[in-house]
Design a protein around this ligand. Structure first.
Ligand code: AKG
Length: 253
């Protein structure tokens, strides 16, 4: 099955996103999709992430990346069926397909919780400095697992910055500072923000006394390397749990 047929099988059509939603994503570089996960699904994911953090301890996140001041986990496709919705939700996939012209596969599925008093990141783009704005290589999806508020380390995004050449560090004196045009992605647990991952973004400081939890479903064009080599990590049990279309989205065929 090719990726076009996989997306059709998973329910993605030209009408899955409204014209307004498509325009928002293409113009601003991001689209906020409300209520993608139910509260029950959010609770199930959070319970599993909590158990994985206990089990993995110091090793947590190591397959991809560890970051001071955060709890990170990686390789989530192989760590529970509750994560497989990342491979199959038609509205999320339709948004990613729009950015990547239908040429997509999962690059990585990670979790990141900004811990109390921590979480500030430099403004960055996920594919390094941009030399052309004609072709997008990567698209990210931010799955909110807590309500994102102005206080708990919500992700900041600079609207329209996917259309700039270069990178935040080539333009800004200090990429940790607030950007005059940045907006905070505020929303409810269960919402998903799909963003063209060339858009400048970053975590902000969590000033509350609770972690701010999220997952990042990061996608890339099919010819690019994945952030996590999904075929290498794929468990036989996971392969059996996934439909053919989901395996195509995972890039493992
Ligand atoms: O979790 C967030 O708020 C954003 C994280 C992010 O952009 C990253 O880790 O590259």
């Amino acid at each position: 099955m090719n990726i076009h047929d996989a997306l059709v099988t998973l329910g993605v059509t030209d009408q899955t996103l409204s014209i307004d939603e498509r325009n928002q994503l293409l113009t601003n570089g991001y689209l906020h999709l409300h209520g993608i996960l139910t509260q029950e699904q959010v609770d199930e994911v959070n319970a599993r992430l909590h158990a994985l953090l206990q089990e993995e301890g110091e090793e947590a996140g190591k397959e991809v990346h560890q970051e001071a001041g955060t709890d990170r986990l990686a390789n989530l496709i192989n760590k529970g069926t509750m994560f497989h919705v990342l491979l199959s939700h038609p509205r999320v996939l339709a948004a990613i397909a729009l950015v990547l012209e239908g040429d997509l596969k999962l690059s990585s599925l990670n979790a990141r919780a900004a811990l109390p008093g921590m979480g500030l990141q430099a403004l960055h783009a996920d594919y390094g400095a941009r030399t052309s704005t004609i072709r997008n290589e990567v698209c990210n999806s931010l799955w909110m697992l807590d309500d994102f508020t102005p206080y708990n380390g919500a992700t900041r995004i600079v609207p329209g910055s996917h259309l700039k050449l270069g990178s935040p560090s080539s333009e800004l004196a200090d990429t940790q500072q607030r950007h005059p045009d940045e907006v905070l992605a505020l929303g409810k647990a269960g919402d998903v923000v799909v963003f063209n991952a060339h858009t400048w973004h970053g975590g902000t400081l969590n000033t509350t006394d609770k972690p701010r939890r999220a997952m990042h479903g990061y996608f890339t064009r099919r010819s690019n390397n994945q952030q996590l080599d999904q075929a290498r990590y794929l468990l036989t049990s996971t392969r059996e749990q996934l439909s053919e279309a989901e395996r195509v989205v995972l890039g493992v065929e």
